[in-house]
Design a protein around this ligand. Structure first.
Ligand code: V47
Ligand code: SF4
Length: 375
């Protein structure tokens, strides 16, 4: 009896409600579930069952493998023209916690990784009012001069929209210009929650949902792979989480340009939505599992260890995630400023041990999921 048959037997013999049972059988047969079925899973399915189903889906996609890479972040500035209510990171110019690194300061940070085995630099920050597309093009060129082989994964759709508009370019021409100057992959930030009404409440100034999707669609058409995120665990309903994933699943059917989906749990410290609180770890696991099941056309689900912490990351690997991001090297402040405590850097050996501790196989990858080494 294979895994899926075993799960089907448990579902059929066990005390699972009829509607959940029907959806579970569909999943173990490899069929796509509908939006309303995903909402039913959120509302009624038992966590253990979701874990079994999601792990089976993950195994069919990536076998026993769990991916990670050697990366570091550069955050040029936390000065931002927007004012997202959940953001603990943004500061106004002149604030004691604001930083605006000069080109030289950024390049000095990059130079520290020359000769290291890092394969990716992840550059994101606030939307600075005085910086433009030419500044960022020059930055990417200079980074490549220092470490020619490094992959530049940079700028959320929010930063990209601002620099392209400022330059008076179309999305296509702006992205082409960024690509010509070194942009190879776009991270998944800025997606937050696509529901227009809730988005207007929690991040009214930010790139609108259809523009975020249009930027990623155009990137895919130009051959730039991207990621997608969801910010969950604040004021959103289950239907709004599913609506968010539904828009991503539709776009992915068209372009196949997304590599990974990254659920980001809302963290409450030092921002304007603190009274909302944070959801539990069981809610995190449920969310990883349903994302893995629902987004059947996404190759990878990432449990970003910097955000979720090492213990929850281990659990997430049993609930459908197959990627944990990279070494990071204490180079991002987004989460510490939002109250995440714990490790901010992991050696390759520590990431390998984390994955092995849940009996899965660590695979070091590059940005595009080419396998570099099975550990
Ligand atoms: O878009 C901001 C989130 C994102 C908070 O593509 C918060 O591989 C929780 O997108 N609580 C940026 N989340 C980070 C991001 C990312 C990170 C790692 C890897 C990749 C990738 C992408 O951080 C923002 C926003 O959704 N965020 N504030 C907060 N208080
Ligand atoms: Fe600016 Fe990003 Fe913070 Fe929003 S989440 S205020 S866009 S830095």
């Amino acid at each position: 009896m294979n895994n899926s048959d075993f799960i089907k037997k448990i579902i059929t013999d066990g005390l699972v409600e009829k509607d959940v049972k029907d959806i579970a059988i569909k999943i173990s047969n490899g069929e796509r579930i509908s939006d309303s079925e995903a909402v039913t899973l959120y509302e009624k399915a038992e966590l253990g069952l979701l874990g079994m189903l999601a792990f089976d889906v993950k195994q069919k996609k990536s076998d026993n493998k769990v991916f990670f890479n050697r990366n570091f972040h550069i955050e040029p500035t936390n000065v931002c023209v927007n004012n997202c209510r959940f953001c603990s990171y943004k500061k106004t110019q002149g604030d004691s916690q604001a930083w605006e690194l000069s080109m030289d300061e950024i390049l000095h940070k990059v130079a520290q990784y020359k000769g290291s085995k890092a394969t990716e630099v992840h550059i994101v920050g606030g939307v600075h009012p005085d910086r433009d597309i030419d500044y960022y093009c020059k930055l990417m060129q200079e980074v490549k001069k220092i470490i020619p082989g490094i992959v530049v994964k940079a700028f959320t759709a929010v930063e990209i929209e601002y620099m392209i508009n400022k330059a008076g370019l179309s999305i296509k021409d702006g992205l082409q210009k960024l690509k010509d100057n070194g942009l190879q992959c776009i991270p998944g930030g800025g997606a937050e929650i696509f529901d227009e009404q809730l988005r207007a409440e929690i991040c009214p100034e930010k790139t609108k949902s259809d523009v975020w999707l249009q930027i990623h669609k155009t990137a895919h058409q130009l051959g730039i792979e991207t990621n997608a995120t969801i910010l969950y665990g604040h004021k959103e309903s289950y239907a709004q989480r599913v609506d968010h994933m539904s828009r991503l699943r539709k776009l992915q059917d068209e372009t196949h340009g997304f590599s990974a989906f990254i659920p980001l749990k809302y963290r409450k410290a030092n921002n304007q939505m603190s009274s909302t609180g944070e959801v539990s770890i069981t809610e995190d696991l449920k969310n990883y599992a349903i994302a893995r099941i629902y987004l059947d056309n996404f190759p990878h689900i990432k449990a970003y260890w910097v955000m979720s912490g090492l213990e929850t990351t281990k659990l997430a690997l049993q609930y459908g995630a197959d990627d944990i991001d990279g070494t990071v090297n204490d180079s991002t402040k987004i989460y510490t400023m939002a109250g995440v405590t714990g490790e901010q850097t992991q050696t390759v050996e520590q990431l390998v041990d984390l994955i092995k501790s849940v009996n899965l196989v660590p695979v070091e990858r590059d940005t595009f999921y080419n396998e570099l080494k099975v550990w």
